[in-house]
Write a protein that binds this ligand. Structure first.
Ligand code: RIB
Ligand code: CA
Length: 316
């Protein structure tokens, strides 16, 4: 049964890999991309989303622009991680298409409410759009099929502050609203994504394949690998978002625990910190499924196989 998905995204280098993986995977039907601020501005992210879809000959998929600022916090973008245009060293032609008219938040609500129980929302950026949708139409809680969120760090250190992961730190108030919304959430935190490191040898596997996809991946991830080397002494790059996307059709890649998870919005050094109440000290019911174990090489091989298939399909 094909799973109908929406991706809320801040493309972004690893976001672009998640979008390509969705297009390469027959198990999912990508119904649309809603863009949010984060790795770059919502305006730049919209251009990037349109360009990535055209690269993969999927320009029929709607793209809508969403929120460009967090709910409360000041704007925080990530040019040092994703480059000034959000796609590292990759330079795609300006998109021929434009974003669909209307706001991304209204599109999320319309898609979920007109397809009750059908839509899986994959949120791989700051959760501002999703939080706004919750306030505009609280019934999405009952009508969304599931929500897969790339974000948080449970036992793992933060990647943006010592205690906070980027998507959660950029808009902690939105994360707090979404985590406590009652939606059926699967959280994909740094605990598992930091075990998924794409390296040069992996990228070299795509060399020589047809279409512009291999070169795009090489140019985008080269910048991302330089960042990981300089700031975190990692040989390769952590591809967070495609792992979250893969779990919509290959959940067996990870092991999960039902946990009560909260996010710190009190401010200060722990702003955006996410934690699970493993010992039930707060006596709260679990509010999500958390991916805490993973089979990294199994995922990386799946990702690369799908990129090979997509390159051959697009290039033919
Ligand atoms: O912390 C990693 C997350 O923040 C990823 O989604 C990355 O694209 C950035 O949005
Ligand atoms: Ca992202």
């Amino acid at each position: 049964m094909t799973k109908r998905i929406l991706i809320d995204t801040d493309p972004g280098i690893d976001d672009s890999l998640a979008i390509l993986l969705a297009l390469a995977s027959p198990e999912v039907k990508l119904e649309g991309l809603t863009v949010v601020h984060g790795n770059c501005s919502a305006e730049q992210g919209t251009v990037n989303a349109l360009s990535i879809l055209e690269l993969a000959k999927a320009e029929h998929i709607p793209v809508l622009t969403g929120c460009d600022l967090p709910l409360v916090q000041p704007s925080l973008l990530a040019p040092e991680t994703h480059g000034g245009q959000g796609l590292g060293y990759a330079s795609l032609p300006s998109p021929r298409n434009q974003a669909r008219a209307g706001h991304a938040v209204d599109f999320l609500i319309e898609q979920i409410m007109s397809n009750p129980g059908e839509i899986t929302l994959v949120a791989i950026g700051p959760l501002t759009n999703v939080a706004m949708a919750l306030r505009l139409e609280p019934r999405i809680v009952q009508n969304v099929k599931e929500v897969v969120i790339m974000g948080g760090a449970i036992r793992h250190e933060g990647n943006t502050t010592p205690m906070a992961e980027f998507n959660t730190f950029v808009d902690p108030h939105a994360a707090h609203m979404v985590y406590h919304s009652g939606m059926p959430i699967t959280l994909v935190p740094l605990d598992v994504t930091y075990q998924v490191v794409l390296n040069h040898a992996d990228v070299d596997r795509l060399k020589g394949l047809p279409s512009g996809i291999p070169q795009f991946i090489e140019d985008a991830t080269r910048f991302y690998m330089e960042f990981h080397d300089e700031y975190q002494q990692i040989d390769g790059c952590v591809i967070n978002d495609p792992l979250a996307l893969a779990l919509t059709f290959a959940p067996e890649l990870c092991n999960y625990e039902e946990q009560y998870v909260d996010v710190d919005i009190n401010g200060g050094v722990s702003m955006g910190n996410t934690f699970a109440d493993f010992y039930k000290a707060l006596n709260q019911p679990a509010n999500m499924k958390v991916a805490l174990g993973i089979r990294p090489r199994q995922f990386l091989d799946l990702f690369l196989e799908r990129m090979e298939q997509l390159s051959k399909r697009v290039g033919s």
